[in-house]
Design a protein around this ligand. Structure first.
Ligand SMILES: C[S@@+](CC[C@H](N)C(=O)[O-])C[C@H]1O[C@@H](n2cnc3c(N)ncnc32)[C@H](O)[C@@H]1O
Length: 189
């Protein structure tokens, strides 16, 4: 499990009021800690992982008594694979929350990932993402995010140490830093 997943779950637990009616989709879930937290809050939850990794995710859900979470075994380009699972678990093809932790690895994947987010999130829904900078160039991604989620903000977030996460999405100057960022954005499209 990556630090970003822990921070994402921690943030959701401490700072987000999750309602049982909320529909939560976690992309690139891995061990799915954030999804498990949401299910424990009685949300309706679906997770996505690759076909290669989905059995590990399913095992983590099972160990945490969350076997009633929906599973999507697909990559982000296979967006039609999401539709039947989201409809089965959410009653529609969209969610109130999309969660992502540490999924920004390959820049060529970013447009596909963003189109999936836009497609999967209701207007006014929340995208909560956490990532480690790792010296990647994320400026284009940040610009795309601010286009779709201009009404959102980067939430100041402090873990129990002297680190804080208070950069604004307007500040595209984070490339050379190595630290965790948590963004809680509202879909305006
Ligand atoms: C670094 S892991 C993060 C896992 C978990 N969210 C965490 O932070 O512990 C990135 C995850 O994204 C998934 N992933 C990467 N590229 C993907 C793609 N193109 N389509 C679907 N999933 C992908 C991987 O299978 C992997 O589990």
């Amino acid at each position: 499990m990556w630090d970003a997943e822990v921070l994402l779950a921690h943030y959701l637990e401490r700072h987000v009021v999750l309602k049982p009616s909320d529909r939560v989709l976690e992309l690139g879930a891995g061990t799915a800690l954030a999804a498990i937290l949401c299910r424990k809050r009685s949300c309706r939850v679906v997770v996505q992982e690759t076909r290669f990794a989905i059995s590990h995710t399913a095992e983590c859900l099972k160990m945490n008594l969350c076997e009633d979470v929906g599973l999507i075994a697909a990559n982000w380009a296979e967006q039609e694979e999401f539709v039947p699972v989201l409809q089965e678990f959410f009653g529609r093809g969209e969610s109130d929350f999309v969660l992502m932790a540490d999924v920004f690895y390959h820049p060529e994947d970013f447009p596909t990932l963003l189109s999936l987010v836009n497609r999967s999130l209701i207007r006014g829904g929340s995208l909560v993402l956490c990532f480690e900078q790792r010296r990647r160039r994320l400026n284009e991604l940040m610009e795309e995010l601010s286009h779709s989620f201009g009404s959102g903000q980067v939430v100041k977030y402090e873990i129990p140490s002297d680190q804080s996460y208070k950069e604004s999405i307007e500040n595209h100057d984070i490339d050379d830093k190595t630290c965790l960022y948590l963004l809680h954005l509202t879909n305006k499209l």
